[in-house]
Each structure stands twice: as C-alpha cells, then as structure tokens.
Design a protein around this ligand. Structure first.
Ligand code: FES
Length: 156
C-alpha cells in the first residue's frame, strides 16, 4: 500500500519549523506525530525547504528507525532488544513472534493488524523481557503471553 502524505499539511509543518536551528529532526518528528510516518513524498518537500539535497534528508530519515516510513498497523508491538532483556530471552520470544506473524522487524502483518518494531530499553530491565503493545508495557514477556495479548487485541 503506497503511503502518501497530505502535501498541504506537510508544508505547514515544515514552515512551522523553519525558524528552528537544526530543523530537520524536529520536522521529521512532527511528521511522525501528525501522520504516523514519513514517506518518500516528504523528502523533496523537506529538502527544498531546508536547502538540503534529497540524499541528505533521505539519509537522516533512514538512519533513525523511529521515523516510520509507512503507516503502522492497527496495533504496534515493540519488543525490547537491549542487553538486559536479551539476557532474559527476548530474542527467542521475538523470533517466535515474528515467525508467527509472518513479518520481520518493522514489518506489518498482511491484514494490517500488527506492526512489530524493536525498542532498546524501556526501563523495565528487572522484569524483562519487556515489550510495549500499543504503548502499554508488558513485563516478563513470553511467547504465550504475547499470543494472548495479540489475540485479545484482535478480538476487540
Ligand atoms: S533492557 Fe529491556 S527494558 Fe531495559
């Protein structure tokens, strides 16, 4: 599904940040806040406004994974991949989850229900593995717990 931003609203956001020193990151954050993503149509708009090359904007956009490049699924699952959670088995849980959903990191299920993203420490290290499901923290994550959370969300 190609993602296309509202160009008029995108330009308004850019214009509102032009006076800032170093406006690129604030603009990208504002796009994510407004649209939930920053797609390729935003790159020339931002580049022109900031007198940067498209490659420069694209480079920053693709360097930071927080700048989602297409709309997320209905639900967003973020699994912690930082060291403490890895030591508690997060990678194994994540592998099961990704395989069950048929996606890779940053992927969205074909039905658009769930996007899975990595996150690096949620401050819940002592209770890891940890995750966020639609911004709700999940501690002591297991594959079974994750299946329950996903099934419950899909039943609503
Ligand atoms: S390492 Fe996962 S919550 Fe801190």
């Amino acid at each position: 599904m190609p993602a296309v931003l509202d160009a008029q609203r995108a330009q308004e956001i850019i214009d509102a940040h032009l006076a800032l020193e170093g406006p690129l990151l604030p603009i990208l954050h504002a796009f994510v806040e407004e649209f939930g993503f920053v797609d390729d149509t935003a790159v020339p708009l931002i580049a022109n406004a900031l007198n940067l090359s498209r490659a420069e904007v694209h480079g920053v956009l693709t360097f930071y994974h927080d700048f989602r490049r297409e709309p997320a699924g209905k639900h967003v699952l973020k699994i912690c991949r930082a060291e403490a959670c890895q030591a508690r088995g997060s990678e194994s849980v994540a592998r099961h989850c990704l395989a069950d959903l048929g996606v890779d990191w940053h992927g969205t299920t074909q039905d658009g229900a769930i996007t899975v993203e990595p996150v690096y420490c949620l401050g819940l290290c002592a209770n890891g593995p940890s995750a966020l499901f639609d911004d709700e923290p999940i501690a002591a994550l297991t594959a079974d717990k994750l299946v329950s959370v996903i099934e419950e969300a899909e039943s609503v």
